[in-house]
Ligand binder design. Structure first.
Ligand code: SAM
Length: 416
């Protein structure tokens, strides 16, 4: 039946499409696992936040009711002009989000699978991991940074699935490469284990990373625009007043983002650009009025990520002003070389108002929605994909940021 087809598609891909609606449910763990052959992402490590841990320590960041109540009480002040504008935006999408959530709650087959998402493997290493995890940001900023090397340990039977016409790559068992400000690629059709500073990292099949500060990003610019990227996802470290956010990673003032040479990464036939933004009105105005124009990106659509708990309810009330249960992904197009710019008009228009639903992972990870955008990217298929400010790697993607190996630590993975 249709329902069991949808269910088995979901179990195989991690993506569940609701009939007659622009809503998609995503299980990030299943989506990510398609990048791996020998390893898989530990569901309980990914989801430790919204699936109640059996350990008494638990996660102190799970919003508890008393904190929620405080937030609600604070909301009674009158809104200033900017807040009013934000509220207007919110009122406009509310119906759409409620409808999406309604379709989700109506899909009983899917709801029945929710509890199984966390896998049942008890991820015990979390606290230990937090203490001993490498700080790539620190390592990358010392004078020895250029000396740090990563060792990729290939199996002898690993072969590239395609050599893309490039000179034959010779797969010796080990490859040792500088880890900072260097494009490290695994062209093989299987994941490889890598060693760096006494830790192990799992590098997905057909993927690459370039680890550097924004100051060195120009070293990743492709030499010819035919080798540029036609799908670019960006999740900048927006400045935020929350002290908790500041603790997790360094943030960047908006003016630095204006100087990001986005255009130079764009494929000759143009690119679809997807930018994660917070719900702050000031930021939305900055992106629409300054950042997109500076990058040469034409705004197309806004997509929404609606966050639910394991029981299917929203992670917070829809109307909670400073703690909305959704985030926005702004979609735009960037032209490539003039000769090709006509191609853009032949594109399928981006589905406006699409809603992605998922249970948030820990460390405010974004769900891997990149492949849902594939079909809208101009130029070559499968698209050449770039993620900027990435903390993880995905097959078919190049990940750039100052810690793209962050979630590749082997302790987030299970074998087989
Ligand atoms: N999309 C990611 C995820 O889901 O895990 C989250 C990205 S987070 C919002 C922003 C990232 O940008 C952090 O990893 C942070 O360390 C990195 N970052 C901050 N300042 C940077 C800089 N100057 N150069 C490069 N990366 C930077």
């Amino acid at each position: 039946s249709v329902t069991s087809d949808r269910r088995s598609t979901f179990l195989g891909t991690g993506i569940y499409r609701f009939e007659g609606s622009n809503t998609v449910f995503i299980d990030p763990v299943r989506v990510l696992n398609r990048s791996y052959t020998r390893f898989r992402v530990s569901p309980s490590a990914y989801y430790s936040r919204f699936f109640q841990s059996k350990s008494p320590t638990g996660d102190s960041r799970v919003p508890n009711n008393s904190r929620k109540r405080k937030r609600k009480e604070k909301k009674t002040h009158t809104l200033n002009l900017r807040e009013q504008a934000a509220d207007e935006r919110h009122q406009k999408v509310k119906a759409l989000l409620l409808e999406a959530h309604g379709s989700f709650l109506g899909a009983r087959d899917l709801l029945a699978l929710m509890e199984t998402l966390s896998g049942g493997d008890e991820f015990s290493g979390k606290e230990w991991l937090q203490n001993v995890e490498q700080s790539f940001v620190e390592h990358g900023s010392v004078w020895q940074a250029p000396l740090y090397e990563i060792t990729l340990n290939y199996n002898q039977d690993d072969k590239p699935t395609h050599d893309g016409g490039s000179p034959c790559v010779n797969y010796s068992e080990q490859r040792v490469l500088p880890v900072f400000s260097n494009l490290v690629v695994n062209e093989a059709g299987s994941d490889v284990e890598a060693e760096l500073l006494n830790n192990k990292y799992i590098i997905p099949k057909e993927s690459g990373f370039f680890m550097s500060d924004l100051g060195q990003i120009h070293n990743l610019i492709p030499a010819v625009s035919d080798c540029g990227f036609n799908l670019i996802v960006i999740d900048p470290p927006w400045e935020n007043s929350s002290a908790y956010q500041k603790m997790k990673y360094p943030t960047l003032p908006n003016r630095y983002l204006l100087s990001l040479p986005l255009k130079q990464f764009v494929h000759a036939k143009g690119a679809l650009v997807a930018l994660w933004v917070t719900n702050r009105e000031k930021l939305r105005v900055f992106v629409e009025k300054e950042l997109f124009p500076a990058w040469g990106v034409k705004y197309e659509a806004t997509l929404y990520w609606l966050k639910v708990k394991a029981d299917g309810s929203l992670i917070s009330e829809l109307d909670l002003f400073h703690h909305r249960p959704y985030e926005c992904l702004l979609i735009g197009y960037c032209d490539g070389d003039i000769a090709y710019s006509k191609c853009l008009s032949r594109l399928r228009p981006v589905l406006h108002d699409q809603v992605f639903i998922s249970v948030p992972g820990d460390y405010s990870r974004k769900p891997p929605v990149g492949e849902l955008l594939w079909e809208y990217a101009p130029g070559p298929k499968p698209p050449r994909c770039l993620e900027l400010f990435a903390r993880e790697m995905i097959a078919g993607w190049t990940s750039w940021g100052n810690e793209p190996l962050r979630f590749q630590d082997s302790r987030y993975f299970l074998r087989g």
